[in-house]
Design a protein around this ligand. Structure first.
Ligand code: NAI
Ligand code: MG
Length: 366
């Protein structure tokens, strides 16, 4: 059977950028004999409009069964006043939680043609290609006890940083597996100097490495020093693995090394399924961009690069993932820009569809 994909395009620019991904999926079937069984469903505000819930049980079930879920974006001002339980982002949170997607992958990749866009010097970012793996389902955002309590005559706000050995081990394995498909190098970041959870984190990552991945180069760094190194010379890294809190900060920092929100893909991976593929959801980092929705202005590259990640990490099509990334690189080098990639000097932006078509033309030429 062909590998299966569930497309949840969502709201706002979600369906616009996903439209270009659908063209690319069709291209792979026609031109590379790489066919996928694609189904589509609703998530977010559009699912609420149709069914009164941002994610139906039936859609949830489908998401659990497919090899990969591709998501566009959810939300929009017309849904802002909905009750918490049916807000569009609850649909996305339910997917992440029920699929138990504990490893969040955020690449920071700099295409040479966009190196001027970075806030850093061009030679620091040109050719950059690193991956931050953030633990997504545990740590200080979830640990108990938590809450605002009264102690004596004042209030105290409490969160608990808590990691079990198995929670650390599974995200470490995700990072080592990724490293083997990339530069074979992992840097683990924590604060073992001041945090007990950091002490355990460092120990467990080292143990998993020594027992299961001795071929991968492993180093450890305190997360604050890591933040400095990420801005000083980011090309020293390949894969960085870190906890939920530090990963939240470090992945946002790394993202901005390379420029526009319209360029940033992501993946969230869980445990391997019976066929060996990890549970997986791929999505651009950006939201539904209501300010430009429906105008054909959105940059589809973040969503297209998310599909390239699916080719690499769900379907093990490393050559085809490279081919797609090279096609993106080519159109950027040719000077094609959506509005979000234009500097103050301006120019004529291309439409969402024109960008997608140019990438397909570059695939044809590859
Ligand atoms: P946003 O990411 O939607 O937009 C921020 C800015 O970046 C806007 O000016 C937008 O036009 C621009 N932008 C974003 N993606 C772009 C693209 N592909 N091409 C060109 N320009 C792009 O974040 P914002 O405005 O904070 O949130 C808008 C809505 O999206 C809200 O309802 C929010 O809840 C939702 N959201 C959803 C997310 C998701 O589905 N994972 C993530 C973040 C926000
Ligand atoms: Mg964040």
């Amino acid at each position: 059977a062909n590998p299966s994909i569930l497309i949840l395009a969502g709201d706002g620019i979600g369906p616009e950028v996903m439209g270009e991904v659908k063209k690319i999926i069709a291209w792979y079937g026609d031109k590379r004999g790489l066919a996928f069984d694609v189904s589509e469903d609703l998530v977010g505000g559009c699912a609420y409009d149709a069914h009164g819930t941002p994610l139906t049980d039936a859609t949830m079930e489908k998401a659990q069964e497919v090899d990969a879920v591709l998501l566009g974006a959810v939300g929009g001002p017309q849904y802002d006043s909905l009750p918490f339980a049916v807000k569009p982002e609850r649909g996305l949170l339910r997917l992440r939680k029920e699929m138990d997607l504990y490893a969040n992958l955020r690449p920071a990749q700099c295409f040479d043609a966009l190196a001027d866009f970075s806030s850093l010097k061009k030679d620091v970012v040109a050719g950059l290609d690193i991956m931050i793996v953030r633990e997504l389902t545990s740590g200080v955002y979830f640990g108990e006890p938590r809450g605002v309590f009264t102690e004596g005559n004042e209030r105290v706000g409490i969160n608990t940083q808590r990691y079990t050995e198995s929670e650390i081990a599974r995200v470490a394995r995700s990072a080592f597996e990724l490293a083997r498909k990339r530069g074979n190098k992992v840097c683990s970041m924590e604060k073992a100097n001041v945090m007990e959870s950091g002490v355990l984190w460092r120990e467990v990552v080292q143990e998993i490495h020594d027992k299961e991945y001795p071929d991968v180069a492993l180093s450890h760094m305190y997360a604050d020093a890591g933040a400095m190194q990420l801005t000083r010379w980011p090309k020293q890294f390949d894969v960085i693995v870190t906890d939920n809190l530090f990963g939240d900060l470090l992945s946002d920092l790394a993202a901005m090394l390379t420029g526009s929100l319209g360029m940033l893909p992501s993946a969230s991976l869980g445990a391997p399924m019976a066929n060996g593929r990890p549970k997986a959801l791929y999505e651009p980092v950006h939201g539904s961009a209501p300010d430009i929705a429906g105008q054909g202005k959105a940059n589809p590259i973040a969503c297209i690069l998310s599909f390239a990640m699916a080719l690499r990490y769900s379907f093990n099509e490393l050559t085809e993932a490279d081919r797609l990334e090279k096609a993106v690189e080519k159109v950027l080098a040719d000077g094609l820009r959506t509005g979000d990639l234009m500097g103050p000097e301006g120019g004529t932006p291309v439409s969402t569809a024109a960008m997608g078509d140019a990438i397909i033309a570059a695939l044809d030429a590859s």
